[in-house]
Design a protein around this ligand. Sequence first.
Ligand code: NAD
Length: 395
Amino acid sequence: MSVVDFDLISKQANIDPAAIELLKKSNQEHYANLNIKCGDQVIQADTYVVFHSIARGPAKGGIRIAEDVSLEETRRLAELMTYKCALTKLPFGGGKSGIKLNPKTLSPEARKMIFAQYVSNFGTFLKDGTYVPAPDMNTGPADMATIYGLTRVKESVTGKPPRIGGLQGRDEATGYGVACIVKRAVDGILKQDIKGVTVAVQGFGNVGKWTARLLHQAGAKIVALSDETGAVYMDEGLPVDELADVRLLSETSLPAMDSNDIMTMPVDVFIPAAINGVITGDIATKTKARLIVEAANDPTTADADKVLFDRGICVLPDILANAGGVIGSYVEWKQGRSGSVITKSETYHTIESHLVGAYESVVTLAHHTGISNRLAAQVIAVNEVADSMRDLGWI
Ligand code: NAD
């Protein structure tokens, strides 16, 4: 099922029905059973690589390793990438890879072997520029380095370590973008100063950690953080800068709270930055945040979205809020193709300018039409992809 409701979108914009039919299906779906023998261990992993759309450029989207990966989830995430790239005016389509494995069972050597298998199965798409992967949940720069080591094409993968063609600032790019969006929305929508605004962040991986850190540096009060091992809470604000090297929150001696409560506690801003589908209809009826900024992909169910809209809670959707990562990837891809070296401040500037443009167009459309920010973002993005398809003579 599509991540967008084309009937609702069509009520807002005159989208060519032929474009909608194309967008309802993936452009390409590939499967491989990656299998390796590492020491005594035989590992196999169902692996899906989906290109939802290549109308606006190479399919762009990360590689996820998780036990609950499925084709359906990979499809949805690839489709989100199509709209994210279109909304932020990047010359990319949407793609995603899902490797169905428990990441904790992988030794560093097994991990390298899995990625070598991945390249052996799908490397053609990476080398010919059809698909440009990047890190996602449970993958990181070292894995992207393994991929690049095998393709030897700089722009075939983004999220590489800076020494081998990666980008200064790519690590924090998604969190930097989320923090930019939060700051703008706190000012423009909540009409509050960022200093002292209370924030709860679910997820303490790449995105959650950077988002919390950058908002803390801007003066926001990060009162709660959670990860899969637990949650911590301090009314007066957590010492986020001291947590830079913390891997798991359960390892800290900070005051603990029930991690289920992080989504319903009284804060100004709640930031889901972990997994999809966590804000359910039931949670949406109980949430007390005034603003929800979706750092994770697809964290809000369709039921919950309706409840939040009816309750007047402002939601800034994933395709806008977490697009800083793919904008950073775009800068890295451009750097790889041109051979130039791009500085961190140039990267930040590019992220901010693409995001601010998208943010303004979304909130303006939502304000003028009375629709949700999510629907507004989808209308703009789908329109953009449909126009690209028309330019290409596909419809
Ligand atoms: P990560 O693997 O670095 O971190 C995930 C975090 O979520 C970990 O702290 C983990 O403990 C926590 N977590 C897992 N299950 C949880 C649960 N039930 N409750 C609370 N915490 C839980 O992943 P990441 O790269 O930070 O990605 C997080 C989300 O952001 C994903 O939805 C991903 O698709 C999205 N995203 C990531 C990027 C990126 O550049 N990394 C870009 C755009 C979107």
